[in-house]
Design a protein around this ligand. Sequence first.
Ligand code: PEP
Length: 262
Amino acid sequence: MSRRTPILAANWKMNLRRDDAVAYCRKLCDGQLPDNVEVVVFPPFPLLATLAAGLQSTAVAWGGQDVHPEASGAHTGDTAAANLLDFDASWALCGHSERRADHDESDAWVGRKVAAARSAGLAPMLCVGESEAEREAGTTSVVLSRQLAAGISGLTDPEGGWALAYEPVWAIGTGRSATPALAQEAHAHLRAQVAAHLGSDIAGALRIVYGGSVKPANCEELLRETDIDGFLVGGAGLDPGSFLDIIRRCGTQEGAAGDPSA
Ligand code: PEP
């Protein structure tokens, strides 16, 4: 069991409307959240204002599903860190596999986003993960090492204030979650790589969350693994009831509370 405070994050992707967001916030507010977890919601950009209004003065945080590396400029359709801060966001996803695929984002480009988010005062959540073909080819650890190294290459102040998400592409939205043992192996590899780049203190405090078909039925066994520090949840995070179920299951596990030093 991890000693780090678990992060439970819902990624809505391109789903839910404003009325849904209002109802979702109300349900989270009424939901009696355990205090030994950190909860984050990543809505589509146009719904950030709704979350800022609906979740203000709660312990729930919110963030952008992406952020541009530049502070401002001629980048039509993109969103700057400063605009996320305008809506009191505290997190930004960087390098989600759907953005890497849909927008051809390179590892280096993702690294620039991580650096920009961190230096603007947002907490980047760097997403890494291998495709099915890469796993079958036996290159998972090489892919993860490469994505991680590029992703953190611009982090000038890496002590706290960011997190890592291991999301095997073949497990996202497929209903085919990684087994706890397989996820643990990848998380342990990533933590060792972070230690090699940034030192063992930073690696030991870093939260590494798992994403890929997490639901109430499998979150507890995954969280029992030493290096799994919470979840980035897609499908099961669209329904506030099932997200709350995941939050409660992760919050009530003995030993889930820990040293919130990350
Ligand atoms: C995700 O969107 O990051 C994700 C893990 O999705 P799902 O939980 O639906 O697999």
